[in-house]
Design a protein around this ligand. Structure first.
Ligand SMILES: NC(=O)C1=CN([C@@H]2O[C@H](COP(=O)(O)OP(=O)(O)OC[C@H]3O[C@@H](n4cnc5c(N)ncnc54)[C@H](OP(=O)(O)O)[C@@H]3O)[C@@H](O)[C@H]2O)C=CC1
Ligand SMILES: CC(=O)N[C@@H](CCC(=O)OP(=O)(O)O)C(=O)O
Length: 346
């Protein structure tokens, strides 16, 4: 059995990791950390885990975590992760980092959008953990940088088009809507019930959201040239789910039938990407609790644009589920282990 620790188990991605991992046949969950809840059973912090997880939250040092685990999920905020990762790697551990600390390859870009990086020497070896793009490299990685939730939904939606040179890469606009769990479990006025319920609003408008450089980095690799996008996130009064609507101008020669074939050839062997039949549209409630990304597109012949819609559960394919998918690849387990469940509905 592979021994696994979750650092940051009292957060939303941490509890989702515990929920997925408690049914995983190849691993043993051996440590769950939290400073606030140290001494309290994780199943008391999160009663959904009653009778499924018996571990008690602990405030462990990094060397204590190393003694207990072979694989460590860092489900902590950025900055905290970059301070933790070097010691874990030094002790020979495999690390799946859910934060943004190792996603950007260029330290200057990271420092522009986040803060000073104290472990930049590991950026070159970190593998961006989007299995549909980097499966082989993830298999040999000791540090996987699990993607952000918005980037997962947008990059998967655009990848087939960029690889086939089917769109004008300078025309991409992405409009994404996220459930409130995307903001984490920490108390904040902006995520109070009265601030969120019965309403809908954009935030970080005008090219200011920190997922922009991550999305541009990966789309530029796919396009083979540097590109920029317009991206606007919105906050939905739902607990989980992301729906992204992405627009781009089509190049001549790509009609709807050719594009449908393109998406299918790209994703039909992928277990977690469902290309919807023509005329169907994705919805957050059809991926809820699952590791699926549902994708559809329509061609607007009036404007010559393609409109791609993609839906994920931000905590699953957008975070913990994708992290377990990455662990499975790193450890050589079947990629869908622990992630086979159908979405919850309603
Ligand atoms: N929520 C989402 O949809 C997504 C989140 N992510 C990323 O995953 C990571 C975790 O996110 P999320 O679970 O939402 O965050 P939460 O705010 O819900 O949880 C954060 C966790 O980190 C722990 N923590 C905070 N500061 C420290 C510290 N200095 N040292 C040790 N532990 C600390 C907290 O526990 P305690 O304070 O008790 O120690 C808590 O368990 C973040 O980097 C986030 O950006 C990525 C994709 C999607
Ligand atoms: C709704 C909401 O607030 N979402 C978060 C993004 C989610 C996330 O966790 O992104 P990282 O993994 O890059 O930190 C936000 O917009 O900042």
């Amino acid at each position: 059995m592979t021994r696994v620790a979750i650092v940051g188990a009292s957060g939303y991605t941490g509890v989702e990791l515990a929920r997925i991992l408690c049914n995983h046949p190849n691993i043993e969950l051996t440590a769950v950390t939290s400073r606030q809840y140290a001494g309290m059973p994780l199943a008391e912090v999160f009663p959904n885990l009653r009778s499924k997880v018996s571990l008690v939250c602990e405030n462990l040092t990094t060397s204590e975590i190393c003694d207990r685990a072979d694989v460590v999920f860092a489900a902590v905020p950025h900055k905290t992760a970059m301070d933790l990762v070097p010691q874990l790697l030094g002790a020979g551990k495999k690390v799946i980092d859910l934060s943004a600390d190792f996603r950007l390859r260029d330290v200057a870009v990271y420092e522009d959008w986040y803060q000073a990086h104290s472990s930049a020497e590991f950026l070159a070896e970190a593998v961006y953990g989007l299995p549909e793009l980097y499966r082989d490299a993830i298999g040999g990685a000791r540090l996987v940088a699990n993607p952000g939730c918005y980037p997962t939904s947008i990059i998967l939606g655009l990848a087939p088009l960029l690889k086939a040179n089917a769109i004008d890469v300078h025309t991409i606009i992405a409009d994404s809507k996220s459930g409130t769990s995307g903001a984490g479990r920490g108390a904040a006025v902006g995520t109070l019930f009265c601030e969120v319920t019965d309403g809908f609003r954009p935030y970080k408008v005008g090219g200011t959201h920190r997922h922009i450089p991550e999305i541009e980095q990966e789309l530029s690799v796919l396009a083979g040239e540097a590109l920029q996008i317009s991206f606007t996130p919105h906050l939905l009064p739902i607990s989980r789910g992301i729906l992204s609507t992405v627009y781009a101008t089509l190049r001549p020669g790509f009609d709807a039938a050719a594009l449908q074939a393109l998406y299918h050839s790209h994703y039909d062997n992928e277990q977690f990407v469902r290309v919807l039949p023509s005329g169907s549209l994705p919805a957050t409630q059809y991926v809820r609790g699952s590791n699926f990304c549902d994708i559809a597109f329509s061609v607007d012949s009036r404007t010559g644009r393609i409109v791609i819609t993609s839906a994920i559960d931000n905590i699953v394919k957008g975070a913990a589920g994708q992290a377990v998918q990455n662990m499975n690849i790193v450890c050589g387990f079947p990629e869908a282990t622990g992630l086979e469940g159908a979405p919850f509905f309603p």
